[in-house]
Write a protein that binds this ligand. Structure first.
Ligand code: GLC
Ligand code: CA
Length: 513
C-alpha cells in the first residue's frame, strides 16, 4: 500500500481543456506544468490526467492507438517526463489514465487481429468464429475484415474489446483467462504500466476496470485477474497507486486496487448527494443522503479497512456539480467531499464552481458529457485565459455567461469557493483525523431536512463534522462534548443538553474533548 496515499488529495485534469500554451485551441502538457504551482497552492498533492496517448479521438482519447506514445497535440513523451519531474519537485504525484479494456480500431494490434491468417494478435481481441454470430450482450464490429468473425466492442463501436477471456464459457470461441491469448493481453498491458511507471508516473486511474473478463456476472474472474496484476506491481513498483473506475469497492478493493470511485452509476447512491432532481446538498431540504450513508457503511465494512473509497466532486463523464448544487450550497458539498475518508478527487474547475455548458454539439464522442469538459476559466482575458487561439478554434466552446467564474476573480476574495476549498484542504492536511485512513462514525444520516454529521478519528485525534444544507436551522441528538471550533461556515453550532443545533446552510468542524 503506497504510503503517499495516506493524505493524497487529487485534482483531475482533462488535458484538452486545462491550459493551451501554443494557441492551437487545445490544452497541453506545458499548460499543466505552468499551473502546477496553482494546484499545489490550492492544497492538492496528486493529479489524475485523462488519457493523453496517440488516438484518433473518437472517444476523447479513451480509444488508444499507441499506448507508448503521447498524442502530439499535448507534446512529446519527453514533455510528459518533464511534467512528472516538475510535479515531483512540488510534492505532487501523477496518475495517468490506463485504458486496458479496449483500444482504438486504429491500433496496430487490431489491424493485425483483423487479418484472416493466424498471427500473434489473432486472440488479442474478443472474436466470434463466424461473422454471422455476434457475442451475447455486447455490441460488435462485423464485416470490416477478411477475418471471418465478429469482434466484441467494449464501449463505443470504435473501441474493440481486448481479450482477457470469459469467466463462464458457453461457446467454443470463448477463451479462458488462463489461455495463451488472454494471458498475452494481460502481459502486454503490464508492459504498458511498466513503461510509464519507469518513466516517473506514480500510478494509474484504470478505465472500466470492471469490464475485463467477459460473462463474469459477479466479477470473480475480473477480481482474480487484478489480483494477479497487483502481485506483480507490489513486487516491482510498491509505491505505484491504482484507482479503479468500478464503483463497487467491495469488489475492486478485493481485486487489490488501493482506491475505487463512487460514481454516477452503480449501487452507491452517489447521485443522491449532488446529481438528482433534489440533491441532498440543496437548501430546499428535500434531498436524502441516508441511503448513501447506509450503502457507504456497507461497502466500507465489506471492503475492509485498507482500501480507500473515493468520492469525486465530478468527472469528465458527468454533468458539473454546479448544475445541481447552487450558490453557497456548493460550499457544503465541498465540506463533505474534503472531510470524508478515502482520497478526495476534485474535477478541474469545480473549485471555482464552473458551470455545465448547456446545448453544446458533441466533441470527440462527448455527447452530453461535452458541457462538463469545457476549457478552464482562468481570468477575464480573451477565452478566459485558456488559449490565445481564435474563439472558434477552442477544443470546446466556453461558458458564454458574462459572470462566468474565474480563478483570477476568486483568488483575492476571501469568501470565494476557491478559498473555501483551499481552507479545507489545508485543514485536512493539518488534522490526521480528517485524512484518508481516519475512521468515521455517522451521528446524523442526512435524511430529508436533517443534518449530515459524523465523527472522524485517527492517531488520538477526534473531530465532529456537521453540515446543514437546509435553509432552516436543524438539530440532531448528540451527547459528545464539543470542544474548540476548527472551522465554521454560516454560523457556529450550539449544544443544548443532548442535542446539537446548526444554523441554516452551515457547516462546522469541532474538536471533541
Ligand atoms: C470510461 C471513461 C469514459 C469513456 C469510457 C470508455 O467510462 O471515463 O470517458 O468514454 O470509459 O473508455
Ligand atoms: Ca495546445
Amino acid at each position: 500500500m503506497p504510503k503517499w496515499l495516506d493524505n493524497a488529495v487529487f485534482y483531475e485534469i482533462y488535458p484538452q481543456s486545462f491550459l493551451d500554451t501554443n494557441a492551437d485551441g487545445i490544452g497541453d502538457f506545458q499548460g499543466i506544468i505552468n499551473k502546477l504551482d496553482y494546484i499545489r497552492d490550492l492544497g492538492f498533492n496528486a493529479l489524475w490526467i485523462n488519457p493523453c496517448f496517440l488516438s484518433p479521438f473518437g472517444d476523447a482519447g479513451y480509444d488508444v492507438a499507441d499506448y507508448y506514445t503521447v498524442a502530439p497535440r499535448y507534446g512529446t513523451n519527453e514533455d510528459l517526463k518533464r511534467l512528472f519531474a516538475e510535479a515531483h519537485k512540488r510534492g505532487i504525484h501523477v496518475l495517468l489514465d490506463l485504458v486496458p479494456g479496449h483500444t482504438s480500431v486504429e491500433h496496430p494490434w487490431f489491424r493485425e487481429s483483423m487479418k484472416p491468417e493466424r498471427n500473434e494478435y489473432s486472440d488479442r481481441y474478443v472474436w466470434t468464429d463466424s461473422v454471422w454470430e455476434a457475442p451475447e450482450n455486447m455490441g460488435c464490429l462485423r464485416a470490416l475484415s477478411q477475418r471471418d468473425g465478429s469482434c466484441a466492442v467494449n464501449f463505443f463501436t470504435c473501441q474493440p474489446a481486448l481479450n482477457y477471456g470469459y469467466y463462464n464459457r458457453t461457446r467454443p470461441w470463448q477463451q479462458s483467462p488462463e489461455d495463451e491469448g488472454p494471458r498475452a493481453t494481460l502481459e502486454a498491458m503490464m508492459d504498458v504500466m511498466r513503461f510509464w511507471l519507469t518513466m516517473g508516473c506514480d500510478g494509474f486511474r484504470v478505465d472500466m476496470a470492471m469490464s475485463l473478463v467477459k460473462n463474469d456476472p459477479d466479477g470473480l474472474g475480473t477480481i482474480a485477474l487484478w489480483q494477479k496484476v497487483f502481485n506483480v506491481l507490489e513486487r516491482e513498483f510498491p509505491e505505484a497507486a491504482m484507482v479503479s473506475e468500478w464503483g463497487e469497492p467491495e469488489k475492486s478493493l478485493q481485486g487489490g486496487f488501493h482506491m475505487d470511485f463512487l460514481l454516477h452509476f452503480g449501487p452507491s447512491h452517489y447521485n443522491d448527494l449532488f446529481r438528482c432532481q433534489e440533491p441532498y446538498f440543496s437548501d430546499r431540504g428535500l434531498g436524502d443522503a441516508s441511503k448513501f450513508v447506509e450503502r457507504y457503511l456497507e461497502s466500507r465494512e465489506k471492503a475492509g479497512k485498507d482500501g480507500l473509497i473515493c468520492i469525486p466532486s465530478g468527472n469528465h463523464d458527468m454533468t458539473r456539480l454546479a448544475k445541481h448544487v447552487e450558490g453557497e450550497e456548493k460550499k457544503l458539498a465541498f465540506t463533505f467531499l474534503l472531510t470524508m475518508p478515502g482520497a478526495p478527487f476534485v474535477y478541474y474547475g469545480d473549485e471555482i464552481g464552473m458551470r455545465y455548458v448547456e446545448n453544446l454539439t458533441s466533441v470527440e464522442g462527448g455527447y452530453e458529457r461535452t458541457g462538463a469538459r469545457s476549457p478552464m476559466q482562468w481570468d477575464s482575458c480573451v477565452n478566459a485565459g485558456f488559449s490565445a487561439a481564435p474563439k472558434e478554434k477552442l477544443y470546446i466552446q466556453q461558458d458564454p455567461a458574462a459572470d462566468r467564474p474565474t480563478v483570477a476573480q476568486q483568488l483575492p476574495d476571501p469568501d470565494s469557493l476557491l478559498n473555501f476549498v483551499k481552507q479545507l484542504t489545508q485543514l485536512r492536511q493539518a488534522h490526521p483525523a480528517l485524512q484518508n485512513r481516519g475512521g468515521i462514525h455517522f451521528v446524523s444520516n442526512g435524511a430529508p431536512k436533517q443534518a449530515l454529521a459524523y465523527e472522524r478519528e485517527q492517531a488520538g485525534e477526534k473531530l465532529l463534522v456537521a453540515m446543514n444544507p437546509f435553509r432552516e436551522a436543524v438539530a440532531f441528538p448528540y451527547s459528545g462534548k464539543l470542544g474548540e471550533a476548527l472551522f465554521t461556515f454560516g454560523g457556529a453550532a450550539s449544544q443544548k443538553g443532548e442535542a446539537v443545533q446548526l444554523p441554516p446552510v452551515s457547516a462546522v468542524i469541532y474538536r471533541l474533548d
